[in-house]
Design a binder for this molecule. Sequence first.
Ligand SMILES: Nc1ncnc2c1ncn2[C@@H]1O[C@H](COP(=O)(O)OP(=O)(O)OP(=O)(O)O)[C@@H](O)[C@H]1O
Ligand SMILES: [Mg+2]
Length: 472
Amino acid sequence: MRELDIDKISNFTEKQERAEKLVYDFKYLLYGGAMAGGKSYWLRWMLVKLLVYWAINGVKHPTVALFCEDFPSLKDRHISRIKHEFPPELGVYNATDHNFTLKARWGGGTIAFRNLDDASKYQSSEFAAIAVDELTKNDRNTFDFLRTRLRWKGIKHPKFIAATNPGGKGSQWVKQMWLDRIYDPNEKEQDQFMYVAAKASDNPYITGDYMRTLESMPEVLRRAFLEGDWDVFQGQYFKEWRREYHVIVPRMPMRHHKKYIAIDYGYAAPSCALWFYVDEFGRVIVYRELYRTGMTYREFAKEISAMTPADEEIQYWVADPAIWATKGENDQQLSGADIMASEYQLIRKKMVIMIKGDNRRVPGWTVMREYLALTMINGTLSPRLLICETCPNLIRTLPALIYDTKNVEDVDSDGEDHAPDALRYGLMSRPQASVAIATTVGDKVNRLLGNPPRSGGFQGYTPEDRRKDALR
Ligand SMILES: Nc1ncnc2c1ncn2[C@@H]1O[C@H](COP(=O)(O)OP(=O)(O)OP(=O)(O)O)[C@@H](O)[C@H]1O
Ligand SMILES: [Mg+2]
């Protein structure tokens, strides 16, 4: 049998070697930053090296795991690669259980290739090391759960290693822990976190052609993917958000106010209903919220009815058009929208007008941005959208929206966006109002406040503006 030299066959670049050395000193190492820096390659080889290291130190047959967010990603990024990269003398891959087991002379350890579509299935598993590729595709809870799975008899220092590009729903918490080093007060392992910054230029194995592609990206993406800059995606999508202006003490509608309800339905994810009215100045006030998981269409409609006082006249409901396409569980022929409408009518003995929401995302966010921008209304600086304190989930999730890394015009839909989606349907059901708000006074005020410029009606905020906005 050919003698294997693990250091030689892993063939680490200088940066990868640096990351490797730090793994032995720190428990939580993140290799993050630019695209194609060699992060995924390093992750799988680092697991091999850890297994060999533990074997040399007398620990036989430990199991380590390499996780991706889902199985197709795991296959594309790793399983398809190891067939060519890992020599047969090193070990054997079993396609049934997705384990690569090292030959006995390398300690017989196992690399388990696993996905994180439901982390709780690893409830009773234990691993000597855990590697997560594209860590920011996961939320903080997944990381905290995986930490609890790090233990192996005979191994004093289990390891968590991860690789990632900036961006994604987990960008914020990952940046906070590994780059900004901001921890919860009860965090006992702060000194165990280490970050290694990857640059595309670290990797001699990528072609000039690929580098030119990265260099040709729009500025936001170029900074994130070529230079590994974390800040570009950190900012809020709605920088216009100012809690002191947008959140108000409850101001309930009066009889003459036009009222309507907007809905984003989910079962496993939360369903959200928001109640709106339009005040004398054309401002939209969101005054009530229902936000809950696990409700059927019927239960959701029942709850909306229960929360709407008997004398409150609602003009219409506007909802995600998807619920016209889905069927309820027991009502074979009825769509989700039909079920909700019929349930409400049954309880209230009143017809409900249900409107299919306009679900074009980017135009919807643009309208929302216009409503959020401060402008002069009746001699006072005010946004066109006010949210009552009685809507905590909308208030919590709207300012937390971040940019989508794949489409810088859009919100990252991996974030918690159910209440903002409902808000978007609500505002889009009356978008004509936003055309009227592009006043010169409003523009001046916004400039003074550092808000993005608006060059016309709601169409005036161009993609270029948005790119610049993302860099602020
Ligand atoms: N030390 C190495 N020896 C040989 N090839 C390498 C080495 N490091 C990386 N590569 C190759 O370079 C390419 C990019 O590496 P890899 O996919 O690991 O980068 P990445 O940083 O994970 O990229 P992305 O940001 O797109 O996820 C791959 O084809 C990989 O096999
Ligand atoms: Mg990768």
